[in-house]
Design a protein around this ligand. Sequence first.
Ligand code: AKG
Length: 274
Amino acid sequence: MPAGTDFPRQLPMPQVLPGLTGDVEQALRDLNDYGLCLIADVLDATMLGRARDALYLAAAEDRERSGEVKGFALDSNEHNQRVWNLLNRDPVFADLAEHPLAIHLVRQTLGWPALLSNISGNITEPGAERGVLHADQIFVPEPWPERPQGINVAWCLDEFTAENGATEVVVGSHRWHRGPTEADVDVPMIPVEAPAGSVLAFESRIWHRSGANTSADRRRAAVFPFYTTTVYRTQENWFLSLDPAVRRNASETLLTLLAYRSEGFGLVYGESPQ
Ligand SMILES: O=C(O)CCC(=O)C(=O)O
């Protein structure tokens, strides 16, 4: 049994968050040591405004169309709204998915090529309940490999606070090499507070959930692009759900992330699709 799996007797490390940093090398060290990192001031005010407006607009359109707030199995309650397949909603989300910082973190953590498994927005509104405790690589059979199989590079579009539903994590849980079970529901978790415009990246073994929004009037919007190594199917079926116009305008990097360019698997007559 790997060291640290004897919870609840022992947490993997003190529950202290890594500091906000502007140093990418420090962020990579934090990812390794804590399982997550926080990078400050990645989005300038213009880009932050564009992404935030686009996400709230898409959420309002979905709500209008369906007449309800739709969550997801992991955060399904009437004050929590997921917006799926953001690539189809506004070009700004492709800019986030292939942001040079995100791609650098993906390359250093997973190697290249890698896949974009999905890119969703998650909005917690006042009254939103806590999400379900999980790790993002629950699709990987246990015991988990030594290296993470995915990474979530989340964009904080509003400030993340303990009151408005900041993502809660178990720092160091990547060292347990397994996903949480029902016996783990009481594991101590800490909210990741961060200013709007920051990146919260966490590798796919980290136990986490969305926090409860106990604020009177503060929504919390974030975009969660989740990347994996190329051996896994993507959560979003890009071949069925990607708007052809997005594909036509996509960069080579984005086409690679969506498996429209390929090595080894997903070939057409032995060659990468063109
Ligand atoms: O909304 C959050 O804070 C967490 C989202 C999450 O758990 C996920 O996308 O895997």
